[in-house]
Write a protein that binds this ligand. Structure first.
Ligand code: AMP
Length: 445
């Protein structure tokens, strides 16, 4: 199959040639003809499957071929994304695809001054990429009108709900013309997303290019169990032993990001961090330098790293497991993109066993465990499997104390195989369920 056979026009085909795209990915093969035919879409596509081109190419074609010239302070197509970084990234892709078309594209997001954005919108833009909060601000200040809007794209819709944008989405929905085309993309699909889809879409075509909630099978994944307090030490050990060149590391909190970056920098490692507390310009600079391989280790929280497209990233390390199991899929989606192979290593301590279990259940696989000599945890991580079971084995009965017993190393360990006791019943894994329309939540983890 070729892009030409999907009905794309010559200026777009030329852009794709420049970018080196030869064959449409499965999501592109399904989405492009459907969008060109004017259908609404509800697409479940993993990160890294080429979904951006899947919606952007036909959208640009429709804008180039149909509809009036864009009016002042107007947008003809709106792509809503959850984070600033994703806005930049999606806009960059759209800009490249539109290179040979007479269309104006632009991205707006919070965390930077609104004035230049207002000025830029004066002339009108054909494609506007936006985060929900800033879009509403611009609309309320009359810098943007949406009566000319032909197409709305909700990209990473699941993430928008997770980040508490449900109220903003409901507001934006009221600002839109009733007659429009709507395309909803989400890596994972929950009941709340389906509810949102029911409100926003009109007779949508459902596209599911990969089994739901299954991580890319080009990514080799495994777990190294370790005590919480030794994670940083283990990370440095693995980095040196395996001579890691470029690694994206995920930590749970902003403090966790800062602490690891500080430790690595203290050891002379070229590391940087991104999280919601850092100014946008600093985050973007760290990311750009990482992409240019000027930074070797980039440590990030989930929000800061969402949707980042880094070419040929060989390795993702989960320094902490994500609290929301779906985030695991997004995280490891940073590697193994567009058919390349990648590795994802998770450093897991006993506290995280329920998160590990939730991830295994969601991805329907038991993650392979690999112990690192000298780092075997004193607090053993109970066995887990894809059924959601956490198999706790009873503790060894305490030995009577003897002088100089040195029993400390064994405290908290579980009895190894061979014990005859049945495992405890399964413990329900922790999963956060996003709720639509119940007010804003914390936006910057
Ligand atoms: P996305 O899932 O949209 O973030 O895309 C993931 C990566 O795949 C990006 O680097 C795209 O430039 C690249 N890509 C998308 N479609 C194709 C294609 N048909 N052939 C080669 N690379 C592609």
């Amino acid at each position: 199959m070729t892009f030409a056979s999907l009905g794309l026009i010559e200026p777009l085909l030329r852009s794709l040639e420049t970018l080196g795209y030869q064959t449409p990915t499965p999501v592109q093969a399904q989405a492009i003809p459907a969008v060109l035919a004017g259908r609404d879409l509800m697409a479940a596509a993993q990160t890294g499957t080429g979904k951006t081109a899947g919606f952007a190419l036909p959208l640009l074609q429709l804008l180039a071929m149909e509809g009036p010239k864009v009016a002042a302070n107007s947008a003809r197509a709106l792509i809503l994304v959850p984070t600033r970084e994703l806005a930049e990234q999606v806009h960059e892709s759209v800009r490249q695809y539109a290179e040979n078309l007479p269309l104006r594209t632009y991205a707006v997001y919070g965390g930077v001054s609104i004035n230049p954005q207002m000025m830029k919108l004066r002339g009108g833009v054909d494609v506007l990429v936006a985060t929900p909060g800033r879009l509403i601000d611009l609309f309320r200040q009359n810098a943007l009108k949406l009566d000319q809007l032909q197409t709305l794209v909700l990209d990473e819709a699941d993430r928008m709900l997770d980040l508490g944008f449900s109220e903003e989405l409901a507001n934006i929905y009221r600002m839109l013309p009733k007659k429009r085309q709507t395309l909803l993309f989400s890596a994972t699909f929950s009941d709340d997303i389906r509810l949102l889809a029911g409100q926003m879409l009109n007779d949508p075509l459902s596209i599911e290019v990969s089994p739901r909630n299954v991580a890319a099978n080009t990514v080799k994944q495994w777990v190294v169990t370790v005590d919480k307090k030794r994670k940083a030490e283990l990370f440095v050990h693995l980095m040196r032993k395996n001579k890691w060149k470029q690694v994206l590391v995920f930590a749970k909190t902003r403090n966790g990001v800062d602490a690891l970056v500080e430790k690595l920098q203290g050891l002379g490692v070229n590391a940087d961090g991104i999280h919601g507390d850092k100014p946008q310009a600093t985050r973007q600079r760290a990311l750009d330098r990482f992409k240019l391989s000027e930074v070797q280790i980039l440590v990030a929280t989930d929000v800061a790293a969402r949707g980042l497209d880094i070419e040929d990233l060989p390795l993702v390390v989960n320094f902490d497991l994500p609290i929301v199991a779906e985030d695991y899929i997004h995280r490891i989606g940073r590697t193994g993109r567009a058919g390349a192979t990648g590795e994802a290593i998770s450093l897991v301590c006993a506290d995280e066993v329920n998160m590990l279990s939730a991830i295994e259940m969601l991805t329907r696989q038991t993650l392979k465990r690999q112990n690192e000599p000298d780092f075997e945890p004193e607090h053993r991580v109970p066995d887990t499997d894809a059924s959601g079971q956490v198999i706790k084995k009873p503790k060894k009965p305490k030995k009577p104390k003897t002088s100089g017993g040195g029993g400390k190393r064994n405290l908290g360990k579980w009895v190894d195989s061979g014990d005859t006791q049945a495992p405890e019943p399964s413990i329900k894994p922790v999963r956060k369920v996003p709720v639509f329309n119940t007010g804003p939540r914390k936006r910057k983890p």
